[in-house]
Design a protein around this ligand. Structure first.
Ligand SMILES: C[S@@+](CC[C@H](N)C(=O)[O-])C[C@H]1O[C@@H](n2cnc3c(N)ncnc32)[C@H](O)[C@@H]1O
Length: 239
């Protein structure tokens, strides 16, 4: 099986921003999974913005941008695909938050931000889309380059050393590999949360009430042994 390249990842999301939302935000099962992820995000994302410069990479149509804006942050929301950002912008405008959200296209592998110029970066469901360790390493190195010392990165990755990871045919990353990548990029793990069972693939196969029960169970597990969970949400600090 040919490995998915960076260009493939970009292209997959280039055209159908409306379809992206239909599957994840409008379909009841997609909504369940997205709400679950947003809760995890809200546990890890700061409550107070202070004077922080906050950037989102791979913002998509704003699944995590809107909850961040709801906390009164100023956000620079970026994505490599302008079509995703157009949809994000119209949602932000509808909420009356445009003044606190600037939108620009950015490629995670070649960001336009200066070295050490950003206080906080969040980047969710982007790193696991890259299908080689080298691409994941290059992406995290670039995120770290623009972070100030003492700044933070919130991201997630799919864990090969988990129950799903053992069955999954796509690319997933070992916690030891991710720790090495973070180490090389002068980032150290501060907090982690695990998503053990909730995945669109599983939830789509179940009656909705069972999906809801699984989500509750998963929330109870999220603080325990994240290194063994399938989808690991990480907050890392720049040294
Ligand atoms: C699975 S979506 C996640 C979007 C959003 N973070 C969310 O969770 O709904 C992956 C996003 O990464 C973006 N993307 C793909 N390649 C990228 C790149 N090289 N640089 C920045 N963003 C990229 C896609 O356009 C898409 O919006």
């Amino acid at each position: 099986m040919a490995t998915r390249t960076r260009e493939d990842v970009k292209r997959i999301y280039a055209e159908d921003a409306e379809g992206y939302d239909r599957v994840r935000l409008e379909d009841p099962r997609g909504q369940l999974v997205s709400n679950h992820d947003v809760r995890l995000f809200e546990q890890l994302f700061p409550n107070e913005s202070g004077e922080m410069r906050v950037v989102e990479i791979g913002a998509g149509t704003g699944r995590f941008t809107l909850p961040a804006l709801a906390r009164n942050f100023h956000i620079i929301a970026t994505d490599v695909n302008a079509s995703m950002l157009e949809r994000l912008s119209s949602k932000v405008a509808k909420m009356g938050w445009s003044e606190r959200c600037s939108v620009q296209t950015e490629d995670i592998f070649n960001l336009s931000f200066d070295d050490a110029s950003v206080d906080y970066i969040f980047c969710l469901h982007v790193i696991p889309r890259f299908a080689t360790l080298e691409d994941q390493r290059a992406a995290i190195r670039e995120l770290s380059r623009v972070l100030k010392p003492g700044g933070h990165l919130l991201f997630n990755y799919n864990n090969r050393r988990s129950m799903y990871g053992l069955l999954y045919k796509g690319y997933s990353t070992k916690p030891s590999e991710m720790k090495e990548i973070l180490n090389e990029a002068n980032l150290s793990v501060q907090t982690q949360r695990g998503k053990w069972l909730v995945s669109r693939r599983l939830i789509n196969r179940l009656p909705l009430f069972m999906g809801r029960l699984i989500a509750v169970f998963d929330r109870c597990l999220s603080r325990f042994w994240p290194d063994c969970a399938w989808d690991v949400f990480v907050v890392a600090a720049k040294e």
